[in-house]
Design a protein around this ligand. Sequence first.
Ligand code: PLP
Length: 374
Amino acid sequence: MGSASLLLGHAHPEVVSALSAVLADGSHFGAPTESMLEWGERVCTLMPSADKVRFVGSGAEATMLAMRVARAHTGKEKIIRWESHYHGWHDYVMPGNVPPFDVPASIGIPQGVIDSIVVLPTDLTALENVLNNDDNIAGVITEASGASYGTVPLPEGFLEGVRRLTREHGVVMILDEVITGFRWAPGGAQESLGIDPDLFTMAKILTGGLPGGAVAGRDEVMAVMHQTGDSHHDRYERVLHGGTFNANPYAAAAGNAALRLVATGEYNAQADLMAERLRVGLREVVDRRELNATVYGEASTFHLYFGERSIAGLDASRLKDQPMAIQRSLRQALQVRGVDLMSRTSGVLSGTHTEADIDFTIEAFDGAIAAMMD
Ligand code: PLP
């Protein structure tokens, strides 16, 4: 499922034909194209919180740019992030990415960067304490699904609480919709959950399976990206946003075709339906084989957790730390039966999966579990 970028399945005929139609025109004109403008307008039409949009080269670039915009808008430096939420691979999102959360997920991260990131458990009291005691907070970034496309679901009312507290403290709320954008609903989690972030990030489905990403948000916050005058000083009084392949014409063609299809809502509905069928089927196997495991997931995602019959009360350290032996054996046992998982013991569905695909997958899972129990 292309790391969750393929809501429309592999090589959707309308995406392929839109891309084929522009391939011979050339890949780079050193200037904006009409297709880029159309793409931006589609984003602003679908996503309720988008007044303005800027395209970048990937989801990681989108979260990096959103953090810079938040800093520029507030004049503050630090970003609050939640334990184990995934926002890409750049320096600023390495602290707090994997358990134990006090060590960055990669070596090579400067101490100054580490010091500028506040890592918290998903607890509104912890957020309120930091906001009350540290006046150098620019923004709070949150994966709209909860960590890793919902492997660690957010507590009830959490996004609403983050919205309220960030508003009260004049801090920018960044909603990372790289996964949920165009997947939770055509208008993302902001539409399905009714959350109104100041800024949000997109990638994956946005580009119809090609490289790219975007940041969008409220006019007032996005305004720091505009150069207001012509003097040398004015040139440096805005957020710099370069990138050879930003809004690349091929990505724009594929993105326009993809968002046209997403706007129908049909792909979201089918993907959600198939995910529900899969979750029900996997649960039936878990129950019949009396496994100490549980199956969960929102929208078009599914997650398996081995070791408990419910994930209630399990924190990010537990949910992200299943034994590697189980993860590897399950994946291999599924692969030899013709099924692969996106990551760990989780995955996403597309709007082109059929009931037959799902039933095949459930049977493969049953066979894989039987082999593992032998
Ligand atoms: N944010 C989230 C929520 C993601 O899931 C990902 C990628 O999986 C990213 C950001 C980074 O996107 P990219 O891999 O396009 O850099």
